[in-house]
Structure formats: structure tokens, C-alpha cells
Design a protein around this ligand. Sequence first.
Ligand code: G3H
Ligand code: 13P
Ligand code: ZN
Length: 341
Amino acid sequence: MALIPMRTLLDHAAEHGYGVAAFNVNNMEQIQAIMMAADETESPVIVQASRGARSYSDDNYLRHLMLAAAELNPKLPIAMHLDHGNSAATCISAMDMGFTSVMMDGSLEEDGKSPASWDYNVGVTREVVQAAHSRGITVEAELGCLGGIEDGQGAGLSEEEAQDHLTDPEEAGRFVAETGCDALAVAIGTSHGAYKFKKKPTGKVLRMEVIREIHQRMPDCHMVMHGSSSVPKELVDIINEYGGSMPETYGVPVEDIQEGIRHGVRKINVDTDNRLAITGAIRKAFMEDGSQFDPRYYLKPARAAMAEVCKARMLAFGQAGHAAGVEVKSLDDLKAFYASA
Ligand code: G3H
Ligand code: 13P
Ligand code: ZN
């Protein structure tokens, strides 16, 4: 099956009340891990690459690895998404390289650091929506700012500062109407990376009511949760048991994500949990047998550990079992859909 527009997956998820995990990738083993989990759970798939991933792997490798994943898994619908595009040019270069969905993150300026104005965000998002929809490609936008920094992208807000940049539900309605985006990333107090919360988050810092209110105002809006790794203690413990030094930290509990899914969240971004699983498995392999030097010795368990995380999220978010139900639509089908809207 060819790579399909992400909008198709989000619409199906909304119709059937589930969420789809969007996993970040940088290399072949990560793509294989996702596909192993999707095959086992019969899940629709969103694979995403950041700007950092694109420069690490090169677009050509990524595109051909994704095409291989689609060729080897003809029964699974797969979307390939750009994570946190920082400009229209970045998004357009991804479209040219075969991505079927892009995120224009106009919540930050092009430097990827400074919180942007409303006018900048609306203007640049609208520009990307026009370019993308004329090709049938999906657009995710963001309103409000997350905490943390990844790949130099992010305002670097602390847990406390992130509370001042939450998405305003009233503004969200205007933003979606003015930009025509297909999906909206919302800021609810989470941040990228492993250090989200200093203790198990309560409703004071993880503001699920923002999601509930947006859903009430716009029941058809596909919301996206970023910074949604759960940072399981077991994974951090493995890293520390085998020579790592990660301090105590907390992520977004799976139950809160499930609540979000009941209120319009359709895409959930997960990268850190997979990084933790991979790192723990590699550390363990190194410590268990220092005489090994074949990369397959440690990459195989790393890939299997990531597949386990992906499988657990696919089951928890409800996407498992839905692959066959997704009506496959091409970019041309979506192009016609947008043209007639
Ligand atoms: O956007 C969040 C992901 O964790 C990507 O991270 O920019 O370091 O590739 P990255
Ligand atoms: P985590 O760092 O919580 O995995 O978030 C990833 C993300 O939001 C990618 O855009
Ligand atoms: Zn993100």
C-alpha cells in the first residue's frame, strides 16, 4: 500500500473513537520496531521525522525506508509526517520528499525558540495549508507553546513557565477557522523529553480541561498531544541499573492520554519512551557481555524493546485492530476533497 495522507487516519480514528500514536524515527531499526508492533496489533501507523531526524538520516534514506515499510506491510495504512516544521520552506521540502503530512509549528518563530505572535502563526500556517492541500497533504498546526527543547526547537519553558503558554480554547476555534488546518496540537502543560514533571502530575499541571473545553466547542477538531511520553519508571530503572544516571522524573500517565482520546485527541506523539527503551536495552547488552562488538548484538534487543513500547501504546490508545477498517485514500482523493470543501 502506498503511504497515505494522515487526515484519512485521523478521520477514521474520530469516527471510531480511538487515538493513533505518532512515533518519531531516525533510522531503520526504529521504523522496523514500529512496523513489527503495528503488524502484531493490526494498527494503522503514523511515523514522523523531525528536522533533526531528516538531517541525521537524510530525506532520501527516510523516504526509501518508509516505502520499504509500506511495501512489506501492504495491509497496513501508513502516514509519513513531518514533526515540528519551523517554516513554510521546511514543510514544502518535506512535501517534495514524499511526506504525506506536515506539521507547521508556527507557535514558535522560524528560529524554533521564540514564542510567535498570533498573526505570524495564522499567516504561516495558512500558507502551508494552501500549499499542502493543493497536493492532498495533511497539515497539523500548533497553538500555545510546549515546554522543553528538542533538537534546538522549543522555547525551553520550565514546567511552571509552560502554564503561561497553554492553548486558549476560544482562540483555538478562531485559529482552526482562519487557517483551515486538519489537526491542532494543543499545549496543556506537557513538554518534550524525559523531564516533564517533578512528581506524578495532577490536574494543576497537566491541564486536561483545555482538551475537554476545545472538544466541547469544536467536536470535529482532531487534537494532537505532544510531549506525551509516559516515561515509565521501569525503563528509567533499566538505564540506571546498567550504568546510567537519570534522576527521578514523571511523564504523562497513559490514563490521562486515554481521557484525552475520549475528548477529541486523535494523534499522540511519543518519542522519549522509545529512546528510553532503546538506551536501556543497549546499556544492558553492553554490560552483560563486554566482548561483543557486532552492532546486531545490541541493536536487535534495542529494536525489540522499542517494539514492546509501541505495541503497548497501540493497544492503550485503541488503534489496535483498526488497520483493515481504514478506507485507503490517495493524495489525489484528498486533493479533490479539499478542492470541493
Ligand atoms: O519533537 C520531538 C521529538 O522528540 C523529536 O526530537 O528533534 O531531537 O529529533 P528531535
Ligand atoms: P516526548 O518527548 O514526550 O516523547 O514527545 C515527543 C513529541 O511530542 C514529538 O513531537
Ligand atoms: Zn512535539
